[in-house]
Design a protein around this ligand. Structure first.
Ligand code: EPZ
Length: 423
């Protein structure tokens, strides 16, 4: 497994261009299976999870051409998804609904995803069954079928789920009649996926609110679509400058995507300025103040920013706390940060943070995507050398992360264990 050697402390300051949103690109890539016409998608981030998604589409029979954009020709598609690859990523669950909606049949392996909780799919399957699908889960495979077409229906979600809202919205696009998703997730990536489908001719209303209405259509055209900027990458770089008392400007991003994160950064003492497609943060050399965070579905504070703000609180002045309400196992980075000298106490789904002035470099182990970036940023501000193991996680969600961090002053070196062991 590869690792990073990170030499600190460094002040992270400068300019960064934000890439397309991973959590938009993934559902949109799989939603292309709904049409038999060619689609061009722009601003796709260069990520491991995207590579896996493209390989899966290829294995399913889609013809793909990659240049600045990605061109997908999903005319000839197989209805059975290969096991390997698809159990690596959570997003492969979004293969089932387009296959079911377009062909009336689909088989996929149970999805993978970061080990931040049990990651059930009951709400996805509940929605598809409400639309008329027969679904069985056996030997790690999900088989779904429907005689004729899926039928539009009223669906009230017992719990807000980004993934399940997308599964149902995608499936309902080609259903007969109207589907209403009540208590729908409202994330910007759901709006982005809806806008993509509308570009192809779908009739979707209310994406981004808690009630999405889909009038099923018989057929989707091709089209061209540009992916939204990644609000979590944006927030991550803003935190990078905040914890190192530096200043940064993020370009090619929209401040409106991360209001709650900007509010919390201001509370932490950051001087924030914004324009239509840029955000700047300046700490004026000051140490951040600790803030109280409670993660919740959009437009609340995003759970995908929790690990980064844990780090901020742990080097901020004062005592602060973070409550994680979305996933049940998302504090594993805290244990690693304590190894670096952080002071924290985990009580159930809350962590009390006792800010320290300094962290110290040591060996730490990444356990999921957002913990990996939190540990990498901790290494950038720690005294001495930090070795972050299992850094394959970070490539799942951050486009060109080494290059972007070096551009703002990080002193980071990739070590390939295989090479290292051989000498
Ligand atoms: C998506 O995961 C994102 N992943 C996650 O980002 C993000 O943290 C999460 O939404 C919440 O915003 C992608 O888009 C690929 P959920 P998802 O369904 O869809 C429970 C990252 O770091 N639930 O909104 O899996 C679930 O256990 C990743 O980029 C059920 O109970 O999240 C959780 O407690 C991590 N049954 C809650 O709902 C279900 O069928 C929210 O999960 C589905 C979910």
């Amino acid at each position: 497994m590869n690792k990073f050697y990170i030499y600190g402390p460094t002040k992270l300051s400068g300019k960064v261009n934000i890439s397309g949103a991973k959590n938009s690109a993934l559902p949109i890539l799989f939603a292309t299976l709904l049409t038999e016409n060619i689609v061009e998608i722009k601003n796709i981030p260069k990520l491991k999870d995207i590579d896996v998604a493209i390989k899966l589409l290829n294995k399913l029979g889609a013809k793909i051409k990659k240049s600045k954009s990605i061109y997908i020709n999903p005319k000839n598609i197989d209805i059975c998804c290969p096991y390997y690859l698809s159990n690596n990523i959570r997003a492969s669950i979004w293969i089932l609904s387009p296959l079911l909606a377009r062909f009336g049949y689909g088989i996929i392996p149970l999805p993978g995803g970061c080990a931040i909780g049990t990651r059930p799919i009951d709400l996805h399957l509940f929605g598809l069954r409400k639309l008329g699908a027969n679904i069985t889960v056996k030997d790690k495979y999900i088989k779904a079928s429907v005689s004729g077409k899926l039928k539009g229906v009223y669906i009230n979600m017992s719990k807000i789920s980004v993934g399940a809202t997308l599964t149902i919205m995608i499936a309902a696009t080609l259903a007969i009649g109207t589907t209403i998703i009540d208590n729908a997730a409202k994330e910007p990536e759901i709006i982005d996926t809806a806008n993509f489908l509308i570009t192809l001719g779908a009739k979707i209303y209310g994406a981004g609110t808690n009630k999405i209405i889909i009038n099923g259509v018989n057929y989707l055209n091709g089209g061209v679509y540009t992916i939204l900027p990644d609000r979590i990458e944006t927030g991550t770089f803003l935190v990078a400058a905040a914890i190192s008392r530096g200043h940064i400007t993020c370009y090619s991003t929209y401040p409106t995507l991360l209001n709650e994160v900007l509010i919390k950064l201001c509370e932490a003492g950051a001087d924030i300025k914004t324009g239509k497609n840029w955000i700047s943060l300046n700490m004026h050399g000051k140490r951040p103040n600790g803030v109280i965070i409670r993660t919740s579905p959009y437009p609340g504070f995003p759970t995908d920013m929790q690990a980064q703000f844990s780090l901020l609180n742990l080097v901020a002045s004062g005592v602060s706390k973070i409550t994680e309400t979305i996933f049940e196992n998302r504090f594993r980075h805290i244990i690693e940060l304590i190894k670096m000298g952080a002071k924290a106490k985990i009580i159930g789904n809350t962590v009390l943070c006792y800010g320290v002035k300094k962290l110290f470099g040591t060996d730490v182990v990444a356990t999921d995507l957002r913990s990996s970036i939190s540990l990498i940023l901790a290494g950038c501000i720690a005294q001495g050398v930090t070795t972050v193991h299992n850094i394959h996680y970070v490539y799942r969600g951050y486009d060109s992360i080494e290059k972007k961090l070096k551009l703002i002053g990080a002193n980071i070196k990739l070590v390939n264990n295989k090479l290292n062991n051989s000498n």
